[in-house]
Write a protein that binds this ligand. Structure first.
Ligand code: ZN
Length: 244
């Protein structure tokens, strides 16, 4: 009796919550992160801005500019980013909103769209597990979510490949890469990652996921730590690839 009363109370509360969210949406609809137009449900960007996003087609181009950054690593298999990312451009606006304005739905929906396109090109074939670039626990508390993990979950939604967040850890809270130049960037991400239970990843093909690839230093640092995963192969996927 008591349990059924509790269950119906939960249902009522959920109903009130969904009503409240509907009211909020009516008065404060989510805005397009690029042009501030109100969005329809399920949109991460408005249709006219969506048309202007520059896709890289890297899912089908071997030796693309993302792959060129990691060719030196013998475990590296393939890599690709979905959109070109320009400093001060629309894709940057969108990613900044996703990362710093508590709008995880932007990255999630974009990741699903990117994953669909990459899946059609066979990009995910043979991949066993997705590992998002980890965020330091302190930064995770500040931001509320790890943007790379949100992207990984979007890719999972489309591909059904498992996401793992327990074997690769960020052990140092380093400075933001965007504020640094050249060698300082490389030094900033040196030895900031570590792995646990490497035996679980024996001979796995891992898809390492991040939001934007610029110099590739962060991912190279992850790959160095993942060297302890014996016999593993590593591919790379991101929403954006910086140009210029
Ligand atoms: Zn727009």
């Amino acid at each position: 009796m008591k349990i059924s009363y509790f269950c119906s109370m939960v249902k009522v509360l959920r109903y009130i919550q969904s009503l409240w969210e509907g009211v909020l949406e009516l008065f404060y609809p989510a805005l397009c992160p690029i042009c501030d137009t109100p969005l329809e449900k399920g949109e991460y960007v408005c249709p006219s801005c969506h048309k202007t996003l520059r896709r890289t087609e890297q899912a089908i181009i071997r030796g693309n500019s993302t792959e060129q950054l990691f060719m030196g690593n013998k475990r590296f298999e393939r890599g690709g980013a979905y959109l070109f990312f320009e400093k001060g451009g629309d894709v940057q606006k969108m990613i900044l909103n996703f990362k710093f304005a508590r709008r995880p739905e932007i990255g999630y929906e974009l990741a699903k769209e990117a994953a669909l396109a990459f899946m059609e090109a066979g990009f995910f074939e043979g991949i066993d597990v997705i590992i998002p670039v980890p965020l330091h626990p302190r930064r995770l508390r500040e931001r509320g979510y790890n943007q790379a993990e949100v992207i990984a979950k979007g890719v999972h939604e489309v591909t059904h490949i498992a996401v793992d967040t327990t074997h690769l850890l960020r052990i140092k809270n380093n400075q933001h890469q965007a504020a640094l130049r050249g060698m300082k960037r490389e030094k900033n991400v040196e030895d900031i990652f570590a792995v646990v239970h490497p035996e679980d990843m024996y001979r796995k093909h891992i898809l390492l996921v991040d939001d934007v690839i610029t110099t590739g230093n962060t991912l190279c640092s992850c790959m160095k730590a993942m060297g302890k995963f014996r016999g593993c192969r590593i591919s790379v996927f991101a929403l954006g690839k910086a140009i210029g």
